[in-house]
Design a protein around this ligand. Sequence first.
Ligand code: ADP
Length: 495
Amino acid sequence: MTSARRLSRVLVANRGEIAVRVIRACRTAGLECVAVYSDADREARHVALADAAVRLGPAPAKESYLSIPLLISAAQKTRCDAVHPGYGFLSENADFARAVVGAGLVWIGPPAEAMEAMGSKISARERMRATGVPVVPGALIPPETSGSFKEISSLGFPVVVKASAGGGGKGMRVVGSEAELSSAISSCRREALSAFGDSTVYVEKYLDSPRHIEVQVLGDMHGNVVALGERECSLQRRHQKVVEECPSPAVTPELRSRLCQAAVEAARAVGYVSAGTVEFLLEPSGAFWFLEMNTRLQVEHPVTEEAFSVDLVALQLSIAAGERLPELPAAPSFHAIEARVYAEDPDAGFLPQAGRLLLWVEPSGPGVRVDSGVTAGQAVDVHYDPMLAKIVGVGRTREEARRRLVAALRETVALGVTTNLSWLGRLLESDPVVRGETNTGLLETLVLPALLAPPDEVFAAAAAVLSGPAAAASGGTKSFRPGPFDAPFRIGSGA
Ligand code: ADP
């Protein structure tokens, strides 16, 4: 599979900020792009930005962004020659990749076989163990008739029961003792079946507050695979990333080179092509263990782009066109930290919020990057993931990047829908985060510094907007229960 193929028009099979990001990269590469949308996204930013847009169907993702036939037909109707899946939705679906290739289109992603090999956590673990990459100690669940959890208990408690097809922090149960195992396995199986259509679960040793470190890899069709440093993603809520950075304050050049080597071996073992991420858990001793591989672009890819001065989506496009990987930097030149801005209420258990975004003002300035898919006046819909934007601070040092990010968060104005903006600001000002002493358990116990008063401009903007006609028309903010999003929509499994 080494043939070069000129691309001219790309279907962007996604929505929100990642659709906007991919459209921009296509444009920079001189490619036309076609957006797709559901009825809820008729006026969305990605639709306005693309050269053409195709309506897929009603708001529920199953009838729009998750429909393989609708997406293939949209690509054919608009004479696209390639499909970029973004992240979430169908980005890790090997059937979609095959359908795209079967329709004579170029899939901007890894081969379907590599996606399948890494799609099941159980088979990915076996593959990695065989390759010599250290894997978190674990065990398969014996048949119910055996009635014995001997192998699991020998791992030592706590353990975590995990869905083999899991993602986005779903389908995981931490278990403190053998007595709790049976019921945790049953409930995890039920959750896995409803979220992923696959009830297969297994058990891993639950490591004590490790760091989550992941390595960006890139492979081309000529057998070259390289690693582009690590990202630290230890600040998580319910096993989902909230703040990510590159490089990790815990990784020395020597550790980086070992992590990168393990990641490259992992990617090579499955014949990886395109951008992908190999995730590890790092213990204070310096020992690290393979967790999983995400066979797509990650939500947090901008921190690698900023730290290494590269464009990962542009690289995906050139790899898909059959080009060789260029010479890439061996080490990061900058530090970058990203915060995910969600429509959610931190004071109400992070309950997702819906409503109309009456005012949305993005921060700017040196060392600030914003990846967003929203505009003022837009409805924040209950059907999709509540992430509004990613704000990145970039600096020559970690502290410069952190300060720029805090300032940028304070400058961001979101009115009409409650967001986690001020919570993020407080998190980034907390002592452990300032010192870079984070781990995946930190957010469970961390007490955040007091809320800073919002700047005066926020009140002025609020007054201006709320006295105008938009406020009367909107009906204000409303909350909704975090129901099952109707899709196994995975962002950042870590995504
Ligand atoms: P998902 O695919 O749902 O994102 P992962 O397997 O990538 O799940 O794990 C997500 C997060 O859950 C990790 O970053 C880490 O914080 C926590 N986690 C997962 N497995 C373990 C483990 N064995 N020990 C400790 N923490 C874990």
